[in-house]
Design a protein around this ligand. Structure first.
Ligand code: PLP
Length: 401
């Protein structure tokens, strides 16, 4: 008889998004006529621009010929793609040699959790993208779930609320090894300022911690004085890993492509190079991103691809403005729009109550803030991914609520 992995049964209830889908489906079963609009899971809706799909189509066709066929690619990903991403987004700060192309940010976050093993102490923003908590539990980096605290033992949650402007009080943080930090932040949409990131990097340098910086939404930042990468902060390359993604950049949520940056300067406490061990680890558990997806990624980095994907990002940001304007008439939202999410304080009832209310009274599917952590209680996350028609209808329904 095989024993099950105890870390899996430590996980609380189901993962957030399957629970949202379950409730939506239950509602639809009872109300089959309802025309639901989804403002829930952050999934892109607009077609991938044709210069990019053409590049993937051509890459697929090349595989059908003897001369064009390619099998396993370079382990770190296509050199040209790494160089283009570096030139485009990290021109001053990063060497393409420190970049690893992957099959999406979530996949590498999971692999990083396995890579660091169970003996690390972990901290993260609360609320946060649920994968940080659940993945840490799966990797055995936390204790059991404590019902009274409503949190896992041995896991540090850094409250991000309107009171601290969604940036945690690092002075109260006791020694931790890994700090997950997401900016623009899913779910609150908050973007850390340069000064705040300096504080974070400073903390990590003093305490010899490693930051796992998730920049999946960096391209949505509109305020030019806000940093788009942790490496804009001096010294960050000694303490930070950055994870990026083509998902919200170019609608690659289904295509699957992203990257991680593990700077050569990053070291473990015994002086071993993190990058060197990562290469050893990665070559065991991963065989590289799809070559078709990588050629699509290359097309995104060309001038035509860049101009097309910028148009789509602007489209989602305009959706966000429309939604925010409607929501602001009834509830409290926060910050400027530098992300495709609108974090809304609904009131002092539970987030799931508000989720049900929006589902039943406005036929809107949203995400309850509490699903991202206890500091999300009372909040709802509205996603601005959707057709303009649906977003306008959703705005109207919100105004009538
Ligand atoms: N990081 C954050 C903060 C996200 O919100 C998401 C997806 O919603 C991801 C990572 C996952 O990105 P990918 O599709 O590249 O796995």
């Amino acid at each position: 008889m095989v024993k099950h992995n105890l870390n899996i049964t430590k996980l609380q209830s189901s993962y957030l998004f399957p629970e949202v889908t379950k409730r939506k489906n239950n509602f639809l079963e009872k109300n089959p006529q309802a025309k639901l609009i989804s403002l829930s899971i952050g999934d892109t809706t607009e077609p991938i621009p044709s210069p990019i799909t053409t590049a993937m189509h051509d890459a697929a066709l090349r595989l059908a010929s003897k001369e064009g066929y390619e099998g396993y690619g370079p382990e770190q990903g296509l050199l040209e793609l790494r160089q283009k991403i570096t030139q485009q987004y990290y021109p001053k700060h990063i060497n393409s040699d420190d970049m690893f192309i992957n099959d999406g940010a979530k996949c590498d976050i999971g692999r990083l959790q396995m890579f660091f093993g169970q003996d690390v102490k972990v901290a993260m923003q609360d609320p946060a993208y649920p994968v940080y908590v659940d993945g840490s539990v799966l990797a055995g980096q936390t204790g059991d779930f404590c019902q009274t605290k409503e949190a896992y033992n041995d896991l540090t949650l850094l409250a991000c609320t309107p009171k601290n402007n969604f940036f945690p009080h690092l002075s109260k943080l006791s020694n931790v090894d890994l700090i997950y930090f997401c900016s623009p932040h899913n779910p609150t949409g908050a973007v850390a300022s340069k000064k705040q990131l300096e504080e974070l990097v400073d903390y990590a340098r003093k305490n010899r911690s490693i930051i796992i910086y998730d920049s999946a939404y960096a391209f949505y930042i509109q305020d030019s004085d806000l940093p788009k990468s942790i490496y804009e902060i001096e010294g960050a390359d000694e303490v930070a890993i950055e994870v990026g993604s083509f998902s919200k950049l170019a609608g690659f949520t289904g295509v699957r492509l992203g990257w991680s940056i593990i700077p050569s300067k990053l070291k473990f406490e015994d002086g071993l190079s993190v990058k060197k061990l990562w290469i050893r680890f990665l070559s065991t558990v991963f065989n590289g991103a799809s070559n078709i997806a990588q050629y699509g990624g290359l097309a995104c980095m060309g001038p035509e691809g860049q101009s097309e994907i910028q148009k789509i990002i602007q489209f989602y940001l305009e959706n966000a403005r429309i939604l925010k304007k409607a929501i602001d008439q009834k509830f409290q939202t926060f910050g400027n729009i530098n992300a495709p999410y609108i974090w809304t304080y609904m009131g002092d009832q539970s987030s799931w109550d508000y989720f049900n209310l929006l589902l039943e009274k406005a036929h809107l599917v949203t995400v309850p803030g509490s699903g991202f952590g206890s500091n999300g209680e009372g909040f709802i996350r509205f996603s601005s991914f959707g057709s303009r028609e649906n977003i306008l209808k959703a705005a109207e329904r919100l105004q009538q609520l």
